[in-house]
Design a protein around this ligand. Structure first.
Ligand code: NAP
Length: 303
């Protein structure tokens, strides 16, 4: 039987913990590292090997995956002190599955290439649910041979896996995704607020429209959370703002106007200013509630 590549996973947050668990369940040998060490406990109990640093993960792995918050965090775990670059061997592969700047991704890949280390960018969409269930959409940039090498691991984590183009192309696609996500969030927020003002049963309204042309992942997954006023994050406002900022910066570089996305950036900022950055991105509706002076309060759905 062909020997399986040894996988390393760095960053066991909302996304990384589910993704790493699915890699382990698919039968890959797995090394893990998380800045807050206690977050490694559950996976270690399930059979993963805890490491002492990102470099230590890389030393014991053929393929190292990173899933941390923002561009400086990826730079830190890959290029910083004790980082992946200091433990990885030539020929090994680094896959960054965080959402970060496409330009920075190309710079990191160039630094790794100087040491003969390959890199793919492979950001994901599908939320915490997709990470836990192994149904993520994965958008990949980088060399075709490395993409093919990584496919068995991607298949453990995702369902729709697309090789888009050269390094950075995955991140550019993810920003396309994020422009759509926040647009859907705003449409959902306005629609539910309008339904509230119109005095209709919000549960029935949601059931009536979710399966038709107006339906979206956002509406089906986060609409019910809004009706329950459940602001627990699948994706926090702070991270959402990071992605909107990346999209606006890239649009600025490309000279493309994104008026709707820029407006949503400002609406989220009002929530951050109120200390709500840790809430889920569907809490965008609170910014509109604030403007309208009404709150969504779903009728009892009889359950
Ligand atoms: P999260 O729950 O906040 O987890 C962030 C992870 O990154 C934690 O493990 C954190 O370690 C680690 N980290 C952050 N800064 C670090 C640093 N400087 N050094 C070392 N570790 C660091 O975030 P998440 O929701 O899993 O998101 C992770 C990435 O996936 C982000 O780029 C996000 O945009 C992207 N993403 C998220 C979703 C979603 O729905 N949540 C969907 C698609 C893509 P600690 O435990 O020590 O804090």
């Amino acid at each position: 039987m062909e020997e399986r590549e040894r996988i390393g996973f760095i960053g066991l947050g909302i996304m990384g913990s589910g993704m790493a668990r699915n890699i382990l369940q698919a039968g890959f040998p797995l090394r893990i590292w998380n800045r807050t060490a206690s977050r490694m406990d559950e996976l270690a109990t399930a059979g993963a090997g805890p490491a002492s640093s990102p470099g230590d993960v890389a030393f014991h792995s053929d393929i190292v995956i990173t899933c941390v918050s923002d561009t400086p965090d990826v730079e830190s775990v890959i290029l910083g002190e004790g980082g992946v670059i200091h433990g990885a061997r030539p020929g090994s592969l680094v896959i960054d599955m965080s959402t970060i700047s496409p330009q920075a991704t190309q710079r990191i890949a160039a630094r790794l290439a100087e040491r003969g280390i390959h890199m793919l960018d492979a950001p994901v969409s599908g939320g915490a649910e997709g990470a836990a269930r192994g149904t993520l959409s994965i958008m990949v940039g980088g060399d075709t041979r490395q993409y093919e090498r990584a496919l068995p691991v991607f298949r453990a984590m995702g369902r729709t896996i697309t090789h888009i183009g050269p390094i950075g192309a995955g991140q550019t696609t993810k920003l396309v995704n994020q422009i759509l996500v926040v647009g859907h969030a705003l449409a959902m927020s306005e629609a539910l607020l309008f339904a509230q003002a119109g005095g209709i049963d919000l549960h029935k309204a949601l059931a009536a429209v979710a399966g038709g042309a107006a339906g979206s992942w956002m509406l089906s997954n986060r609409g019910p959370q809004i009706l329950a006023r459940d602001w627990r994050p699948g994706f926090t406002i702070d991270l959402q703002q990071k992605d909107v900022r990346l999209a606006l910066q890239e649009a600025d570089r490309l000279g493309v106007p994104l008026p709707g996305t820029a407006l949503i950036h400002q609406l989220y900022r009002t929530l951050q200013a109120r200390g709500l950055g840790h809430e889920g991105n569907h809490a965008l509706v609170k910014a509109l509630e604030n403007l309208a002076g009404i709150e969504i309060a779903a009728w009892d759905d009889g359950q």
